[in-house]
Design a protein around this ligand. Structure first.
Ligand SMILES: [Zn+2]
Length: 330
């Protein structure tokens, strides 16, 4: 569902309003706006689910120009320090995150950010880094449905997300089998050697599970294994693993939070839309702002101004573990 900001957003009016908001809305001390991207819109990936490729490289470059010029891009290390009681973040702090570890991150997005001095965070799915030919379930469904994907994928996707994990994966396997195509074999995610190079160049890398299940649909032993094994693998493969986590599809429940609390993760990101303040509220429930297909530079600027001025305190007391904000990305 579009946010209020998006509903009032249109063309020139938004351009003017966003510039005004950017200059006049006071930034809350220590506030952070974390942006979420998945894939850029580039040729050659038409066989992947288009819903996660929201921004083409030209618009992405303009968005990064905006961040570098008028905001204060911080690193995950800065955020971890602030969450641990270290120096608070500078005014207009923005963290850029990419989920899932698709290859266009290193090939297209990272060079654009590096040229502007922006150091992003990449949340990787460790099983897919180990076998980069393995596809995520939404991409497998898109491929298996072929021409029917536009009409059938939204409902099928909603069904997969609503089912217990193992039933959901059975459904994906059935659809793929019925297509007669067999499992896809094309490298779509970064492997460990590429991730090591990206890390050496300045990208912070952190876990996003082993297989990308919706954790709130998993039995406890699977949740524990996904949390533990993704961190163990990243710690073994990389020099500077970061104890920060992104919940697949933003999904969690009290059980997930309890098990997360027993890990070494110091902070974790949801997909609840908003700005956060590390060290204020629950560090395992930090909000983010998804950069969607409608997010031009003016809307991005407006969201930064609004969410940096009104960070959410997200608490995890019983009964309040799921923030009442729309989940806004896959
Ligand atoms: Zn993801």
């Amino acid at each position: 569902m579009p946010s209020i900001v998006e509903r009032i957003a249109s063309g020139r009016a938004l351009e003017i309003a966003s510039r005004l908001a950017s200059r006049t809305v006071p930034w809350r001390r220590g506030a952070l706006v974390t942006l979420t991207y998945h894939r850029l819109l580039i040729a050659g990936n038409e066989d992947l689910h288009p819903g996660l490729a929201t921004v083409d490289p030209d618009l992405f470059s303009l968005q990064m120009d905006e961040l570098a010029r008028d905001w204060n891009p911080v690193t995950l290390g800065d955020v971890l320090d602030a969450a641990a009681g270290g120096p608070s973040l500078p005014s207009r702090a923005v963290l850029v995150t990419f989920d899932d570890g698709y290859r266009d991150f290193g090939e297209v997005a990272w060079p654009i950010m590096a040229a502007r001095g922006i150091r992003p965070t990449l949340f990787v799915v460790t099983g897919h880094a180990t076998d980069p030919n393995r596809w995520f379930w939404w991409d497998r469904l898109h491929r298996a449905l072929g021409r029917d994907s536009d009409t059938r994928l939204p409902r099928l996707s909603a069904r997969v997300k609503a089912l217990p994990h193992y039933e959901a994966m059975d459904l994906v396997n059935d659809v793929e089998r019925e297509s007669g195509l067999g499992p896809p074999r094309r490298r779509v995610t970064h492997d460990w050697s590429e991730l090591r190079r990206l890390e050496a160049e300045g990208v912070d890398i952190a876990p996003h599970t082993v297989t990308h299940p919706l954790l709130h649909r998993c039995p406890p032993d699977l949740i524990s294994g996904e949390l533990r094994d993704s961190w163990t693998r990243i710690s073994g493969e990389l020099v500077r693993p970061r104890p920060a986590f992104a919940y697949p599809d933003g999904g969690f429940n009290p059980e997930v939070l309890e098990l997360m609390g027993a890990t070494e993760m110091e902070i974790a990101f949801t997909t609840a839309r908003g700005g956060g303040r590390p060290g204020w509220g629950d560090p395992l429930l930090l909000p983010r702002v998804n950069v969607g297909a409608r997010t031009d530079v003016a809307l991005l600027r407006a969201q930064l101004a609004v969410f940096g001025g009104t960070p959410m305190r997200m608490r995890s007391e019983p009964g309040n573990r799921r923030p009442a904000y729309p989940r806004n990305c896959d």
